[in-house]
Write a protein that binds this ligand. Sequence first.
Ligand SMILES: [Zn+2]
Length: 550
Amino acid sequence: MKRLILSTLALSTCTLAIAAAPPTFSTQRLSAEVKTLSSDAFEGRGPATPAETRTIDYVVAQMKAAGVQPGGDIVDGKRTWTQAVPLLRSAIVGTPALTLTIDGKPQALTQGEQIAVRAPTNGSDSVTIADAPLVFVGYGVKAPERQWDDYKGVDLHGKIAVVLINDPDFETGKGDFGGKAMTYYGRWTYKYEEAARQGALGMLVIHETAPASYGWATVKNSNTNTMFDIVRDKPAEVHPELEGWIQRDLAVTMFKGAGLDFEALKQKAQTRDFRPVVLKGESLSAHFKADTKVITSHNIVGRVEGSKRPDETVIYSGHWDHLGVGAPDAKGDRIYNGAVDNATGTAALIELGRAFAHGPRPQRSVIFLNVTAEEKGLLGSEYYAANPLYPLAKTAGVLNVDALDPHGPARNFTISGSARLGLLDDLIAAAKSYGMVYTPDPKPEAGYFFRSDHFSFAKRGVPAVSFGSGNDWVDGGIAAGKAAEDDYTEKRYHQPADEWQADWSFTGMARDLQLLYTVGNDLANSDAWPDWSKDSEFRAIRDKSAAERK
Ligand SMILES: [Zn+2]
């Protein structure tokens, strides 16, 4: 089918009766929903706070009015609107006692300054480590499909592994880990998981700004406060007892103290024959208690049941939570309203729900999954993917929306990260009808692919992308789009000033939703199963469930 390329002005008034023309999305509704969700009354939508109840009540009422059905947990034989998400909350009590001993000389380390240790999420409520030896394990990567193993069978029981951030070819831009782009092996979450699998007592990640893609302030702010994880049967299988970061300067001192050269060993770590190196004569002690508690938050789940293959699912996802109430900004504002991040995505799910509920019934079922606790580490999506309400093997694809642009339309769009998969091909093909082109993630080395809710699905093999609004504005081009992007990053992103603005037109978002509707609707009416590209690290795990899709 050939779609007309519509000029942006004609969009809202277009009445051409093309059979499969996408529905129009109301900019008024989008604006009103974003305005409500990001108003001070919603207190920045912190999970497991009174604001959660308010948010759920509002989103559910909107979804109901839009004609969407509940798709959550089954209670008394009936689907409810939510999925309960139990979360482990852990906070260090007081100041942690941390001591590094070099050459017999103990030196106290200051939490937040040279080191940042996380409250334990391994199921324990205290950390008691006395003089544990330190072992440098390079990038801490064990990747059999790339014939790469930094551990080489080293025994890490009772020891602390010290590791570099990003993956072995970040520095050179050439090699087996996607060049500059970050693979999952480069992400700190992977490194801690692998340390636990290796039986290490703990792991310290050496912070360097370029390969981490953010500064020490971010490391400090996101690791020395309250930690959250989903409640796991065996948390110690993915979390070592001690998880922390150290500043590069401290690492250099530690290497020197052991008679080693940090830069030389880092270069060595970029090769296959790297072997773990003991930091001779050095040890770490850590003593602190944690206040741990299980709290319950919720994912909101709406559904439009498929007409032909209801057991097959297409998911639109996006998080409802934001940072809640926190430290005041210069104006004394303490409410982190999260208008762009992610009231826009939440409004998008409501309006996509309305489009599917009112449009021709799709053959596959479509889920509108408004997840919690994204800001605490993608936990709502992780919980859903670990405890899926509808089988992942028969989930055809996930289209995630997070922080859509509320301004005018752009000539391009992007996705987080540089993964290649059929869903992206579908997006690119459909975008042509809207006169839009795909612009690759300009900074795949920052690892945004692993920092958005679609990743909880991707790592389990489900084809999943996070859609990103474009920056080449129809009105003003790249200059205008980039200026707005920079303004947002600098003045609003994760700050109390991420607030609804009266001059937002929402015309770009309405157009982006047409594109997302088209791709999701085509997938929901297809019997195809788009896959990852042949060289993707997620393809093998998807293949394991291939028999269920016959
Ligand atoms: Zn977000």
